[in-house]
Write a protein that binds this ligand. Structure first.
Ligand SMILES: Cc1cc2nc3c(=O)[nH]c(=O)nc-3n(C[C@H](O)[C@H](O)[C@H](O)COP(=O)(O)OP(=O)(O)OC[C@H]3O[C@@H](n4cnc5c(N)ncnc54)[C@H](O)[C@@H]3O)c2cc1C
Length: 411
């Protein structure tokens, strides 16, 4: 492990930690990323499968025109794919008419409009309360909530979702979002395979205890996933009950991707999507030929993803095979084979996919993000008011925390 004391300890080397440490290095501040995994990137993770770079974590440059990773990827010489995402294309759902598909899109739009319109002084509510009573598309909307929040509508704060800044511009990095974020950390002082067990801020300097030894720092930027902060009251000494409680109000939802190889892929248009079923939340979304590749990207969300993780990896494939056979006939099973999967809920350094706010807890994002004693700073996607759940939200909070640390250290 890189050793010796530093000015700023950056706890966690995902999008937020890498952004913060790079900004600190640019300002001439001695900073070290302490990362539990053997790689940088965290929930951004590109691997090679079927001869392609695929993202098991973040894949979409949401709000792509203002997303700082777009510029960084371009500067790294990567290819930005600007083709529209599947959810912005015409439907190819077997058994669903274009009109019905339009109805579903409208129902989703109206639900979000109702969340956006919630006055700031009105009590918060679960998103499920804003559904049309007995609405025809309610089950499908619950499934979609599983994809973008990782949880059912009944568990998600309407106020929080209303604050999300949706720009409707979504691009991809052909060589991988995760690869881009990890490469942005190249050359920084990084201690990998180092699990932080305690952040002792009781003394004159901050003492960071890790599974590979301890070191001191003048300040620390904590970028750990909210689920990890919530799970360990002893992470901070002295304890920071406000942080633990705020983190608990921002759990990480369940979302997992399974990539399948697909024989005879030309039958499908690139980047088209279908849902396994339309009358239940327990269904996956299937994106055919992502970036034109001979694959299917299967997206599992909410309780279904949690249940399949508990049942083991084979359960994901069996579920997808059965749903696809239901749509395209029993023979379809012969055309697909599993390529890659990662269970983010069981991942001990993530404990889920991305944060949502429980009803009544939208303001926990600001509580989690607030500095402590002018030397303990917080970043990570869960700290973002309007870009939460995303890699660019993580980046922006990392930069904000780095600026706060620079100001505290340099005046
Ligand atoms: C399946 C899936 C799909 C997604 N799709 C998108 C998408 O299309 N677009 C998008 O913008 N976002 C997407 N996201 C969300 C995005 O990946 C995250 O919001 C973002 O990467 C979070 O960055 P972060 O720095 O806040 O947290 P992390 O990336 O989780 O970084 C925290 C780091 O802390 C480390 N750590 C944990 N515990 C310890 C410890 N005790 N000691 C030291 N280090 C520790 C972790 O290993 C990790 O590297 C997706 C995520 C998933 C899982």
């Amino acid at each position: 492990m890189a050793s010796g004391d530093v000015e700023v300890a950056v706890i966690g080397g995902g999008a937020a930690g890498v952004a913060a440490a790079r900004r600190l290095a640019e300002a001439g501040v001695a900073a070290r990323i302490v990362e539990a995994r053997a790689r940088l990137g965290g929930r951004a993770w590109t691997i090679e499968a079927g001869g392609y770079a695929i993202d098991l974590g973040c894949g979409w440059l949401h709000s792509a025109e203002r997303n700082p990773w777009t510029k960084i990827a371009a500067a790294q010489g990567r290819t930005i794919d600007r083709a529209p995402p599947p959810w912005a294309r015409a439907t190819v759902q077997p058994g669903m008419t274009v009109q019905q598909s339009g109805e579903l899109r409208d129902a989703l739009w109206e639900l979000h409009e109702r969340a956006d319109a919630l006055p700031d002084d009105a009590p918060d509510r679960p998103l499920a309360d804003l559904l049309e009573p007995a609405g025809r598309w309610n089950a499908a909307l619950d499934a979609i909530s599983g994809y973008y929040s990782g949880a059912a509508l009944a568990r998600v704060s309407a106020r929080d979702l209303g604050r999300y800044a949706e720009d409707g511009v979504n691009w991809r990095i052909v060589e991988g979002y995760g690869a881009t974020i990890a490469a942005h950390g190249a050359g920084l002082d990084v201690a990998l395979d180092s699990v932080v067990t305690r952040i002792d801020h009781g003394g004159r300097r901050i003492r960071v205890e890790t599974t590979r030894g301890a070191f001191a720092a003048d300040a620390a930027i904590v970028t750990l996933p909210s689920a990890i902060i919530a799970a360990d009251e002893r992470l901070f000494a002295p304890a920071l009950p406000d942080k633990t409680r705020a983190a608990a109000g921002l759990p990480l939802g369940h979302d997992d991707k399974l990539f399948l190889s697909l024989a005879g892929a030309e039958q499908f248009d690139p980047d088209t999507r279908v849902f396994g079923k339309l009358d239940t939340a327990a269904t996956a979304a299937y994106q055919f030929r992502p970036l034109g590749r001979p694959m299917i990207e299967c997206y599992f969300g909410g309780a279904l993803a949690a249940e399949l993780e508990a049942a083991g990896e084979a359960a994901f494939f069996a579920f997808a095979r059965d749903e696809l056979a239901g749509l395209y006939g029993g023979d379809f099973a012969r055309r697909i084979a599993p390529l890659a999967l990662h269970g983010w809920g069981a991942d001990r350094f993530a404990r889920g996919a991305y944060s949502y706010a429980l009803p009544g807890r939208a303001d926990d994002r600001a509580i989690l993000a607030a500095p402590v004693d002018g030397r303990l700073f917080f970043a990570g996607e869960a700290c973002s008011r309007a870009d939460f759940s995303t890699a660019h939200g993580a980046y922006l909070t990392g930069i904000a925390a780095a600026e706060q640390a620079i100001k505290a250290l340099r005046g």
